[in-house]
Write a protein that binds this ligand. Structure first.
Ligand SMILES: NC(=O)c1ccc[n+]([C@@H]2O[C@H](COP(=O)([O-])OP(=O)(O)OC[C@H]3O[C@@H](n4cnc5c(N)ncnc54)[C@H](O)[C@@H]3O)[C@@H](O)[C@H]2O)c1
Length: 248
């Protein structure tokens, strides 16, 4: 399968975890990948690993929560590869606390990256896609917790529920330009993010998954690849659960 041949994909938070796995899968599908990452060390290493494997990839440092930084990323991607066909809004953070303990700073920090970062990236990249006039694909990272809530995640759930809402708005607004917008709601995936969860709680969470295991980053990446390719040409405004059946 080479479903993304010669497509240019910008993937945020691609230095590790799901973003890194998505960068690899997209590159294997023939895409030129911009590893857009806040952490210079992991971002650089991820792009380098892709190039060593014979793929086309470039690292550009970005803070998705900062408009100027996003504009610099978009300009760098265009300068390097001449166009942007696909955007994966994958960058995301946690700052878990119960409602009782959550501070304004914790709330704002998570909203700024997960919600506003997705907005800013999409606004800047969709303008480029519209100008190109050749359509495009925007894929957003939601979460199962946006569908059923989770103790200690007021800020995170608010951000991810917002991402689902924005996905539907943008599918309507950008459809006439041939730009498809979809979200994935991953379940519990084995990454550094879920390593923060105490093992006892992880055990309890896994017990509730019909497939009785956590997911792997590659299992989210393969769904992103499907949605980004022409195999998903008539899918827009969808929120696809990739969660082992945990939300039924
Ligand atoms: N792992 C899971 O179980 C799970 C479940 C549901 C949803 N998700 C979502 O999937 C996405 C990826 O999750 P992951 O588990 O791979 O996370 P992760 O923490 O392993 O990786 C996130 C990456 O985003 C980068 N990042 C953070 N803030 C950034 C910013 N402001 N600008 C640019 N990059 C930034 C980090 O440096 C990191 O490389 C996130 O949006 C997350 O909320 C993950």
């Amino acid at each position: 399968m080479r479903g993304l041949k010669d497509k240019v994909a910008v993937i945020t938070g691609a230095g590790r975890g799901i973003g890194q796995a998505t960068a690899l899968r997209f590159a294997e599908e023939g895409a030129k990948v911009v590893v857009a990452e806040l952490d210079a060390e992991t971002g650089q290493a991820a792009a380098e690993a892709l190039r060593e494997a014979g793929h086309e990839a470039a690292f550009v440092q970005v803070n998705v929560a900062d408009r100027e930084s996003v504009q610099q990323l978009v300009a760098a991607a265009k300068e390097r590869y001449g166009k942007i066909d696909i955007l994966v809004n994958n960058a995301g953070i946690l700052a878990d606390k119960t409602l009782k303990k959550l501070t304004d700073a914790d709330f704002e920090k998570v909203i700024k990256v997960n919600l506003q970062g997705t907005f800013t990236m999409t606004q800047e990249v969709s303008a480029v896609m519209r100008e190109q006039g050749t359509g495009g694909v925007i894929l957003n990272a939601a979460s199962v917790v946006a569908l059923y809530g989770n103790i200690g995640q007021t800020n995170y759930v608010a951000s991810k529920a917002g991402v689902i809402g924005m996905t539907k708005v943008w599918a309507r607004e950008l459809g006439r330009d041939g730009i498809r917008v979809n979200a994935i709601a991953p379940g519990f995936i084995e990454t550094d993010m879920t390593k923060q969860i105490p093992p006892k709680i992880t055990e309890m969470l896994v017990a509730k998954v019909p497939l009785q295991r956590m997911g792997k980053p590659g299992e989210i990446a393969s769904t992103y690849a499907f949605l980004a390719s022409d195999d998903g040409a008539y899918i827009s405004g969808a929120v696809i659960s990739v969660d082992g059946g945990v939300v039924l």
